[in-house]
Structures are given as structure tokens and as C-alpha cells.
Design a protein. Structure first.
Length: 320
């Protein structure tokens, strides 16, 4: 049995805020060389090595409601929006930058979106001009600290805690698909985004507890003067063919029309479907009969073959 880990209980963003502030503060204590070097390494990475030599680090929380503000030599500011499993709110990041620009020149502000959880996309963060600093980036810092032989219990607990999260998300590579859990699906969907260069995923609530859904490959058509979108969606093991009609009162008409097109093309491409779903706004019109996930003899996913299957279905959909 492993020893108790503080961060298995202290799982909130506030706890992570505290750890980041604690680590950055060690940049003021060169006598503790391992922690000092690690704090300096973190500052270097957050600023893309634009701040290397410095004399004083001030760490402030909640100025202008900013999670963490790291002020270097009173003239440079690292603005950190710290997230675990939540995401940014509309205009939140832009507002922080605007307020902080009253105190620091724009070229001396380093805005960071510091995220140790998992998120489907970062379009709003990139648009706001923030640098992404994700779990693998922080794990690199923690690994560096371990290589400096840091023996501090707080540091080691957080390092173990964050590595456990990463291992859980990457578990889709090692576990039989039948044993996948929530984090496994996150890891799988994130890998799919990179392989397909497309897609978004998020939680879809249902009475039975819901699922993580992965949506991609949106296309549009028009029938009877009504535009409709059709796309693909994974609901864990279930592969769905989805439809969105722009006019709700024409939903059944559009669904029947799309089903005819879909079934015809699926038959031509040797793809087996079954009728599924009911009339609605974002509706399922059919589902794949066969398992879209290919596995080896041990039930472990074969990612290459799985992606080939998905691309085959994309080609069929494109031909409609």
C-alpha cells in the first residue's frame, strides 16, 4: 500500500494554485539549490526563456481576480490562469490582460493558460493570446525537479499525483478496451483529434449518468429548401450518424431523406448500419452495427486500424 498523498484530498484548483505559488516562491531562495533551480526552470519555460536572470520574484494571488501573478524584478508579470477540470469563461482571459496592462507594458506581460486537466479544444485561449502550459509541460518541470534530487514531501506528493493523472488518461494504450474508464476515453478522444485533425469532445448528460461524446466531420446539404448538417459521433463504444435540421418542423422529413441517402452509400461501401434514434434537434439517425475499435489478441486497441475504419466511414459520408 502506498503512503497517503496530500493531493489525493487537496484536488481543487485552489490547491493547485497554492502549489504553483509555493514552487514559484522558491525562486527567491538560492540556498535551496534543487528547489531554486526548479523554480527558475519553471519561470524560464513560462516565458519561453525570455526571463533568465532575475533578482526578485513576487507571487501574488487574486489581483484583479487573476489566479496567480508572478512579478519578476517589479517590471515583468507572468499572468497565470490556473485550471484543473474547468475551462475559461467568455471574455475572462481578455479582461485579465486589459486590467493588468494598467500596471505593466504589454511586452512585459506573459499570459499563461495553465491546465493540468483535459480540454477538448483551446481555440478561445489561442485567440486571447495566451500561451498554453498543459499537464505534459508541467510534468517536464517536475521531472527536472526530481533530477535535482528534491526531497521535499510537498513537491514529491504533487509530482506523484500529477503523474497518476497522466497515467490514467494514457491508460487507453495499455488496458483492454472493455476495461476502459472515463480517463481512458479522454485519452483516446484526444489522440483521435490529433490523428484525424478534427473533432471536439465533451460530457453529454443523460439519466443513466451520461457519456463523453466525440463529434467530428460536419457536412451540410439542403433538401426541400431546408438546410441540414450531418456529422459523426462516438458515444464510447457506440458509433452514431447524427443529423441537425435547421427547421425543427421539417425534422422528420429531413431525417427520412437523409436515411435513404445514408443507407444507400453505406451499402455501396460495405458498411453495416442499423436504424437508431428518434426525431429531435440533434438526432441520431443510424448507428454502426460492427465495432469501430480494432483490438489485438489481448483486447488492446490497434490505433492504426481503428483510424482506418473511421476514415473509411468519413469517405462514405463524403460521397453522399
Amino acid at each position: 500500500m502506498s503512503e497517503p498523498n496530500l493531493f489525493n484530498w487537496a484536488t481543487s484548483e485552489l490547491s493547485q494554485d497554492a502549489f504553483i505559488c509555493w514552487l514559484l516562491s522558491w525562486a527567491n531562495y538560492p540556498d535551496n539549490e534543487p528547489l531554486f533551480k526548479t523554480a527558475k526552470y519553471l519561470i524560464n519555460k513560462l516565458t519561453d526563456n525570455k526571463i533568465d536572470n532575475f533578482k526578485e520574484v513576487e507571487v501574488v494571488r487574486q489581483r484583479y481576480k487573476i489566479d496567480i501573478l508572478c512579478i519578476i524584478d517589479k517590471k515583468n508579470a507572468i499572468l497565470i490562469e490556473d485550471k484543473t477540470n474547468t475551462s475559461d469563461r467568455p471574455n475572462q482571459l481578455e479582461n485579465y490582460l486589459q486590467k493588468l496592462s494598467k500596471d505593466f507594458s504589454q511586452e512585459n506581460i506573459f499570459p499563461i493558460y495553465f491546465k493540468t486537466g483535459d480540454q477538448s479544444n483551446y481555440q478561445s485561449i489561442n485567440k486571447a493570446g495566451y500561451k498554453l502550459f498543459l499537464r505534459p509541460d508541467f510534468l517536464e518541470i517536475l521531472k527536472f525537479g526530481k533530477e535535482q534530487n528534491i526531497s521535499n514531501a510537498i513537491f514529491n506528493d504533487f509530482n506523484e499525483y500529477l503523474n497518476n493523472i497522466e497515467n490514467s488518461v494514457q491508460s487507453y494504450k495499455l488496458l483492454p478496451v472493455k476495461n476502459w474508464h472515463w480517463d481512458s476515453w479522454k485519452g483516446f478522444y484526444s489522440a483521435l483529434q490529433k490523428q484525424l485533425n478534427d473533432g471536439n469532445w465533451d460530457y453529454v448528460p443523460q439519466k443513466n449518468g451520461g457519456f463523453l461524446g466525440f463529434r467530428w466531420y460536419w457536412l451540410s446539404k439542403e433538401f426541400d429548401s431546408v438546410k441540414f448538417d450531418y456529422y459523426l459521433q462516438l458515444e464510447h463504444n457506440k458509433f452514431c450518424f447524427k443529423l441537425y435540421p435547421y427547421k425543427r418542423d421539417k425534422a422528420e422529413l429531413i431525417r427520412n431523406h437523409y436515411r435513404q441517402l445514408l443507407y444507400k452509400k453505406a451499402k455501396e461501401h460495405n458498411i453495416n448500419l442499423y436504424q437508431n434514434g428518434r426525431v429531435g434537434n440533434y438526432m441520431t439517425v443510424a448507428a454502426l452495427k460492427d465495432n469501430y475499435i480494432s483490438v489485438d489478441e489481448n483486447g488492446i486497441i490497434d490505433m492504426d486500424k481503428t483510424v482506418q475504419t473511421l476514415k473509411k466511414i468519413q469517405n462514405m459520408l463524403k460521397a453522399i
